[in-house]
Design a binder for this molecule. Structure first.
Ligand SMILES: NC(=O)c1ccc[n+]([C@@H]2O[C@H](COP(=O)([O-])OP(=O)(O)OC[C@H]3O[C@@H](n4cnc5c(N)ncnc54)[C@H](O)[C@@H]3O)[C@@H](O)[C@H]2O)c1
Length: 324
């Protein structure tokens, strides 16, 4: 029988790419999204597929999500909805708690009420704070949390693990580095591209540009998640997702300016971090997911170029009020 997958945040960057892949694999897909950052246009292809259903509602409304999950027999939940923006956490200290931790609790409760027991969750490499071990393995000791985003995601992971222990759920926790690719709407490539379209003669860079970062292409990320769900049956599996190396922000900046054909005057905010909670060095050990047979197909800088090319072909994403 055809499996039905419920995707929270399915109108977002990663979620909408996942939705298209699940539909291509012959799954039925139900998306639940409040369109706070998601875009309807990202679901254009899905909306023409008879196996697709869209619910526009908020996960903070437990009754609504519980009711929605009861409208079709659901085989598994992909919980991707979140406040995915790490940088502005301190401007609204309740947002990460609400949009990440409480929302995740609501998703788990709605699943429990509907007897759905399989969940895949998009966590983040930010849970490691500023680790002392690089590349950082899944069992690295957690140092101090450095962002409200990371702290809220770690609380989500803990809730999922406790539901696995207590209610027999099967959980997949994916801690990934920043993603790149088509439908990208936030992150450094977006910021640099927008600034350079506004003014090609100047570029202001947060931090000193020497931050070392790992980025992964969104379809490599989706390949890894689908493989883990297919191959692992543990109670609660945790996987780092990333690539084998890292680049400096300055390397990425050089690729972007070259591709855009601009030579801006560079200014730096200075300091090792772009903002409070920005880790100066992110590089995750991906041996665990690789042991299942996965490998990334797109290098970091090729991912930067693919992202930039998509942004330049879709400049409408830069309009603040565009939630088409
Ligand atoms: N993009 C990255 O680089 C990255 C890196 C690590 C982890 N993640 C995680 O991956 C997931 C997807 O990230 P993304 O980049 O696609 O983000 P995104 O902002 O593009 O997508 C998030 C989606 O969730 C929806 N949403 C948010 N709050 C909701 C709510 N209360 N009710 C219903 N829908 C809601 C939004 O409308 C949006 O469609 C997030 O959980 C994020 O924390 C992303």
């Amino acid at each position: 029988m055809t499996e039905t997958h419920f995707v929270t945040g399915g109108a977002g960057f990663i979620g909408s790419n996942l939705v298209d892949r699940l539909l291509d694999c012959g799954r039925k897909v139900v998306v639940y999204d409040n369109f706070s950052t998601g875009r309807k246009v990202f679901l254009k292809r899905a909306l023409s597929n008879p196996n697709f259903l869209l619910w526009e509602d908020d996960l903070l409304d437990l009754d609504a999500v519980t009711r929605t999950m009861s409208t079709a027999p659901i085989d598994m939940v992909w919980h991707l909805a979140a406040n995915a923006d790490v940088r502005f956490g301190l401007d609204h200290p309740r947002k990460d708690l609400e949009q990440n931790t409480i929302v995740t609790h609501n998703v788990l409760e709605a699943m429990r009420a509907n007897n759905i027991q399989k969940i895949a969750f998009s966590s983040t490499g930010s849970v490691y704070g500023e680790p002392s071990l690089h590349p950082t393995p899944e069992d690295a000791p957690f140092p101090i949390q450095t962002s409200l985003y990371g702290a809220s995601k770690l609380a989500c992971e803990a809730l999922i693990q406790a539901y696995c222990e207590g209610f027999g759920f099967v959980g997949y926790i994916f801690r990934f580095v920043s993603a790149l690719g088509e439908r990208y709407t936030h992150g450094h490539v977006f910021d640099f591209c927008r600034k350079l379209l506004d003014n090609p003669d100047e570029l202001h860079i947060l931090g000193d540009g020497r931050q070392r970062k790992s980025y992964m292409y969104v379809h490599d990320c989706i390949d890894a998640m689908l493989l883990a769900v297919e191959k692992c049956y543990n109670k609660a599996s945790v996987f780092n997702l990333g690539v084998d190396g890292y680049v400096e922000v300055n390397d990425s900046m050089r690729v972007i300016t070259e591709r855009m054909g601009v030579r801006p005057k560079l200014t730096y905010a200075g300091g090792e971090r772009g903002w409070v909670g920005d880790s100066p060095f992110i590089w995750l050990d991906v041996a665990r997911i690789r042991s299942l047979g996965w490998k990334p197909n797109v290098s970091i800088l090729d991912g930067v170029i693919k992202t930039l090319d998509w942004l330049l072909e879709n400049k409408w994403v830069f309009a603040n009020d565009c939630h088409e």
